[in-house]
Design a protein around this ligand. Structure first.
Ligand code: SF4
Length: 338
C-alpha cells in the first residue's frame, strides 16, 4: 500500500472542497471496497478523506411519501429499517442477498453505489486493464470471462457492476442526490452508472468533486408484487452470476405496471423500459414472461466462457416475474431456488 495523508471532514462543504482541490483524493466511508483497492495498489490516493462525520446517517420521510436514504446509512440499517421492509421489501431483499452480515454493517448506501467491478484483472496490477489504466488493454476478452457482461459491453471493457442493492434501486426508479463545486443536483438512477463505451475507467456520471448525499426512493403504488432473485455459484457471500429485480402491479389478472432490472449482466443494472411496456395490459402468464425475456436478451452477446449466462438470465427473468406475480418472492432466509 502506498503512503497517503488522512483527513477527517466535518462538513459536506469541507469534504467537497478537499475532494475538488486534490485530484488524488479518495473519500472513505465504510471502506469495504476502497481499503481492498488500496491494499492491492489498484487505488493509490494521495489523501484519504474520512467522511463518516458528515450528517448523512439518517433515513427520512419525504413530502411526496417517499423515503430519503442518507449516503452514510449502513446497508444493514437500510435492510432492517421497518419503513424499508414494509414499503420497499425489494430493496431489503436485494441488500440481504449481498455480502455478509459484517460487510453490510460497514458498507454504506453511497459506497455501495460506488463500488468497483470484481473483474479479477482489474485487481491485479501486474496485468493490463483498460478500466484501471486506460489504453492498456483488456485481458478478460481472451481470458477468464465466465462472470462478465452479456449486455452493453464495449470492445474496451466487458466488466459488470457487482452490486445487488443497485439492481433494486434501478427497478425502484430511485434518484441520486449529489453535491459538488457547482451545487446540488439529482441524477435519475438509470443515468448514474455508465456503460463502458470508449472510457471504461469512468463508472458513473459524477462530475469532478461531486459527492453523493442521499438516495431518494419514490412513493410506490399500493400492492405491488416483488421479488429479487440472485443466481450465484454458492448460496452466500458470493457475487451474482445473474440477478433479477421485479416490481409488478396486477389488477383483475392484467398487468398494470412492471419494473424489471437485471444485475451482473452489464456495466450497470440493466433495464429496458420498452420491454416493460410490452407487459402492461398482458396476462401474468409464463408465455408472456418468456416473450419479455426474449426481448430483454435479444441483443445479448456472449464471451468465450459466459454463453450460459444468456440462458441463465432468460430463465431467471421468467422465474422472478412468476414469483413477483404470484406474491411469493424469493426468500433470502432460504436462498435455495426451488
Ligand atoms: Fe479491465 Fe474491464 Fe477488461 Fe476487466 S473487463 S480487464 S475491468 S478492461
Amino acid at each position: 500500500m502506498k503512503r497517503f495523508r488522512y483527513m477527517k471532514a466535518v462538513s459536506v462543504r469541507e469534504a467537497i472542497g478537499i475532494f475538488a482541490a486534490e485530484p488524488g483524493a479518495a473519500l472513505m466511508a465504510g471502506g469495504t471496497n476502497l481499503v481492498d483497492l488500496m491494499k492491492y495498489d489498484v487505488s493509490t490516493p494521495t489523501v484519504v478523506v474520512d467522511i463518516n462525520g458528515l450528517p448523512l446517517h439518517d433515513i427520512t420521510e419525504q413530502p411526496d411519501g417517499g423515503l430519503r436514504l442518507g449516503a452514510l446509512v449502513s446497508n444493514a440499517d437500510v435492510a432492517y429499517d421497518p419503513r424499508i421492509t414494509e414499503r420497499y421489501p425489494l430493496l431489503s431483499s436485494a441488500i440481504l442477498a449481498g455480502a455478509s452480515g459484517q460487510l453490510r454493517n460497514m458498507a454504506t448506501v453511497g459506497g455501495n453505489l460506488l463500488q468497483r467491478t470484481r473483474c479479477s484483472y482489474f485487481y491485479d496490477v501486474q496485468v493490463p486493464c483498460n478500466k484501471r489504466e486506460p489504453g492498456s488493454g483488456c485481458p478478460a476478452k481472451t481470458g477468464l470471462n465466465r462472470g462478465h457482461a452479456i449486455l452493453g459491453a464495449s470492445p474496451l471493457c466487458i466488466a459488470t457492476h457487482p452490486s445487488d442493492m443497485c439492481v433494486a434501486l434501478s427497478a425502484l426508479d430511485a434518484t441520486i442526490l449529489v453535491e459538488g463545486p457547482r451545487g446540488v443536483r439529482s441524477i435519475p438512477f438509470s443515468e448514474f452508472h455508465r456503460l463502458p463505451g470508449e472510457s471504461p475507467e469512468r463508472d458513473t456520471t459524477l462530475e469532478p468533486g461531486e459527492i453523493i448525499l442521499a438516495v431518494d426512493l419514490p412513493l410506490l403504488p399500493p400492492s405491488m408484487g416483488y421479488s429479487y432473485l440472485k443466481i450465484r455459484d454458492r448460496l452466500s457471500y458470493a457475487f451474482a452470476l445473474v440477478s433479477v429485480a421485479v416490481l409488478i402491479k396486477i389488477d383483475d389478472r392484467i398487468i398494470q405496471q412492471a419494473h424489471l432490472s437485471l444485475g451482473s449482466v452489464a456495466h450497470k443494472a440493466w433495464r429496458d423500459k420498452d420491454a416493460e411496456t410490452l407487459l402492461v395490459g398482458a396476462a401474468p402468464v409464463r408465455a408472456v414472461f418468456k416473450r419479455i425475456a426474449d426481448r430483454l436478451l435479444d441483443s445479448a452477446i456472449a464471451q468465450e466462457q459466459n454463453g450460459f449466462k444468456i440462458e441463465l438470465a432468460h430463465r431467471a427473468t421468467v422465474r422472478c416475474l412468476e414469483q413477483a406475480a404470484a406474491g411469493t418472492p424469493q426468500s433470502q432466509a432460504n436462498k435455495r431456488i426451488c
